[in-house]
Design a protein. Structure first.
Length: 242
């Protein structure tokens, strides 16, 4: 059988079928391959991938517009979540730290402008080299945010909004909350207009019903109306005779 590049597709949509590569390189499915200072076991590490996902430049060199090569983030997706050795030398030949950061996406996240570009990488992979509290030193909070952060983020945002603004634009909060956050000066006297316009749901995303009633009961009943939802005792009249 003759294996053809493109397998029926036109030139614009042609792709190299894996069978073409494996007709000569079938051994990569059973061996640990070492090349370019990297060791990889394709049978485990390349499941679900096509050969061209990482080897698009083969036989084309620099003429390929997008040079797809293995990225550390792809490897760490598995190494961080399964019982796989995560020592650098498991997959890499001995290199200095500078050499390991000289290729791939890490040239951006760890390059000369890393202070502004480090967040462009996959944050889940940072702990492969950095301790868990490494980001806290600058950001004042753990990153990536923990699973419960959406519910608890109000406290750190109020404590230091500047920490949020390092990564998020000021309008980022407004997009979820539906109104300016934190509330501007003079918000309390005018907030009833917002409630009428947007509905109570926009308030209850952060506040509980008790936040409203503890102010509004005192406002409507200046003398106090007793516990929220509870019965109030009738006032007594001094000197009443029986």
């Amino acid at each position: 059988m003759v294996l053809k590049i493109g397998a029926g597709g036109g030139r614009a949509s042609a792709a190299v079928p894996d069978e073409v590569c494996l007709s000569c390189h079938g051994a990569v499915l059973t061996e640990v391959v070492s090349a370019n200072s990297l060791r990889i076991k394709h049978a485990d590490c390349a499941k679900g991938s096509r050969c061209s996902d990482c080897h698009s430049g083969v036989a084309h060199g620099s003429s390929v517009a997008w040079q797809r090569t293995p990225q550390m983030e792809q490897c760490l997706d598995c190494h961080n979540t399964t019982k796989v050795r995560d020592s650098c030398n498991t997959c890499h030949d001995a290199k200095t730290k500078r050499q390991r950061l000289a290729s791939g996406s890490w040239t951006v996240t760890h390059g000369p402008d890393w202070r502004t570009t480090h967040g462009m990488g996959d944050w889940k992979t940072c702990t492969a080299c950095h301790p868990n509290d490494y980001c806290v030193q600058c950001h004042g909070m753990s990153l990536p945010h923990d699973a419960d952060f959406l519910r608890t983020h109000g406290a750190p945002a109020i404590a230091s909004r500047a920490n949020c603004d390092v990564c998020h634009k000021p309008a980022f909060c407004d997009g979820c909350h539906g109104l300016e956050m934190p509330h501007p000066a003079g918000f309390t006297p005018s907030h009833s207009k917002i409630v009428k316009a947007k509905g109570r749901a926009v308030c209850l995303a952060c506040h509980t019903e008790e936040d409203c009633t503890k102010c509004h009961i005192a406002h409507v009943h200046p003398g106090g109306a007793g516990p929220v939802g509870g019965a109030t005792s009738a006032p007594t009249t001094s000197g009443a005779g029986g």
